[in-house]
Design a protein. Structure first.
Length: 240
């Protein structure tokens, strides 16, 4: 079955899929499965030797975000509108950086070696489509939360991997959003449980002076990569 949300004319190179990896067609048909324990167990194993690269990327993103926040407050003030829409001001910079970080998780999940400089992957050359999909997802989630809490939660989970589908598989923004929403929708409650547990683990990691975050944050990024691989499968470029 052909993928109706794939970019017209897009022909991925032939390659041998990894064992246990999903595909776009399979994801749209709900032909995937996972358990939260399996995702985190595999992610934990793959943090060995990779924490330094992830933390280098995380600290740089944090620095850029702080500077962006200062600029945002200087230009827009501290009002509610600034809090809701101010993130759009720095999204053209922080957006590609975050996706660079998430792509590091995908590559590590595929067993690839990563470096902190991989976080710049989508700044040079600049990926405009990636920023567009992040803006659309951001606005959809904000509007969902403004309408009612539940639509915001639903959309936040449903669109989680949409930017990665643009970055990794080359889908157009709206195609990626619909592919992600339809695919996640087959097992939405499993995704909800995964992200709920991730949030609880994050809180627990912060309790002992935040020391647990040294291991937790790289594990979370890799876990997202493992989940993405199980559901959608990485592109040939990801495992090259």
């Amino acid at each position: 079955m052909s993928n109706p949300y794939q970019t017209p004319g897009y022909q991925p190179p032939s390659f041998t899929p990894q064992p246990g990896a999903g595909s776009l067609d399979g994801a749209l048909n709900g032909e995937y499965d996972f358990t939260v324990n399996e995702i985190f167990a595999e992610a934990w194993e793959k943090t060995a030797g990779a924490k330094g690269a992830f933390w280098g990327a995380i600290l740089f993103i944090g620095f850029v975000s702080v500077i962006g926040g200062i600029v945002q407050k200087a230009l827009l003030g501290n009002g509610q509108a600034s809090q809701i829409f101010g993130g759009l001001l720095i999204l053209p910079i922080t957006g590609p950086l975050y996706i660079g970080l998430f792509k590091m998780g995908v590559r590590r999940a595929a067993g690839e070696t990563i470096t902190a400089s991989d976080v710049f992957r989508y700044l040079s050359p600049y990926n405009v489509q990636l920023v567009i999909v992040q803006v659309l997802v951001y606005l959809a989630i904000i509007l969902g939360f403004m309408a009612l809490l539940l639509p915001g939660v639903y959309l936040a989970i449903s669109y989680t991997f949409a930017p990665l589908l643009v970055a990794d598989h080359g889908l157009q923004p709206w195609d990626a959003m619909e592919t992600c929403r339809k695919s996640v929708g087959h097992k939405w409650w499993k995704f909800f449980g995964y992200f709920l547990l991730t949030g609880l683990m994050f809180i627990a990691s912060c309790i002992p002076l935040g020391l647990g975050l040294i291991w937790a944050l790289p594990t979370f990024v890799i876990a997202n990569g493992v989940l993405y691989r199980r559901v959608f499968g990485p592109s040939p470029e990801s495992v090259a």
